[in-house]
Design a protein around this ligand. Structure first.
Ligand code: AMP
Length: 290
């Protein structure tokens, strides 16, 4: 079983001890309710040479807006620890909100341009919450590598930027999105979906697949590619936050025509559940549609 700790000092001590014993520390930050997507990040950390893998579980209030699902977000610590044990995780750090943000907390880390669009435009303050907490996790664990999922593509790019801009001594790894057999990206929020809603959610997968197929056949017209995703998603979802085709590095909108790599990113709501997904056309293996 992994050691489970709730205080930053315990993480510092455990990671220092692991490093003294010659281990490389790898960090996998999560909000818990662990699924196969998270577990793939853990495996990736080990594969990249982290002998001492630290998983953090923290539902971070700073990254939720006032009308979002902070209160009902699933909290399943015992099951999460059991899953971590199966994957050989060494340490689970599960701080509470007061430990992470003690009274009087007033310091934040902000990445500018990259966070202006997409998720940043629809979730004001979200990335500031993410970058601040991930910085704190890096500070205590001082990992040599940290693994994030490309399911949250903009988050990954933002954290990469932050680490580079602030000379953080950590290598960031972006792991491809892990999907269900029918293509739906794994997400802790999928458990909010009833069976009919889940079936509707597959419109995202069909859209991404259609865009990827068109792209592979030579389509570079941004509006055409965007419409291939927007049309099925608009039909199936109750509300669409965005469907965007952008440069995969700057996240700036593609002009009339894309380059030979383009990010297509989606966020949309079914009832009270908000889902996001993406595919880098010209790079990612697109989701399989059964
Ligand atoms: P979360 O617990 O949702 O904040 O996610 C924690 C980490 O797991 C983030 O780096 C996510 O991008 C990553 N993640 C979540 N879902 C997936 C997935 N389906 N495939 C790959 N990584 C994922």
């Amino acid at each position: 079983m992994p050691v489970v700790v709730h205080e930053p000092a315990a993480v510092v001590e455990a990671c220092d001890r692991a490093r003294s014993a010659g281990e490389r520390v790898g960090l996998v930050p999560t909000m818990g309710a662990l699924h196969e997507g998270h577990l793939a990040l853990i495996d990736e950390a080990r594969r990249r040479g982290a002998g001492y893998v630290v998983v953090t579980i923290f539902v971070n209030p700073l990254q939720f807006g006032p009308t979002e699902d902070f209160d009902r977000y699933p909290r399943t610590l015992d099951a999460d620890v059991a899953r971590c044990a199966e994957r050989g995780v060494s340490l689970v750090y599960a701080p509470d909100v007061r430990t992470m943000h003690p009274a009087g907390f007033q310091t934040h880390v902000v990445v500018e341009g990259l966070t202006a669009r997409l998720e940043g435009a629809h979730r004001p303050g979200h990335f500031r919450g993410v970058t601040t907490v991930v910085t704190k996790l890096f500070q205590v664990a001082q990992p040599c590598l940290a693994v994030f999922g490309r399911k949250d593509y903009q988050q990954w790019k933002t954290l990469e930027r932050m680490a580079r801009d602030l000379d953080m001594r950590v290598t960031l790894i972006g792991h491809p999105t892990v999907r269900e057999p029918d293509g739906l990206a794994l997400s802790s929020r999928n458990r909010y979906l009833g069976p009919a809603e889940r079936a509707r959610a597959l419109a995202i997968v069909r859209g991404l697949r259609a865009a990827a197929d068109a792209f592979a056949a030579g389509e570079r017209d941004t509006r055409v590619l965007e419409a291939l995703v927007r049309t099925p998603v608009t039909e199936a979802f109750d509300r669409v936050d965005y469907v965007a085709v952008t440069d995969p590095e700057t996240l700036e909108p593609s002009g009339e025509r894309t380059g030979n790599r383009a990010l297509v990113a989606v966020a949309a709501h079914i009832g009270t559940t908000r889902l996001i997904d993406n595919c880098v056309l010209g790079e990612d293996t697109p989701p399989t549609v059964p």
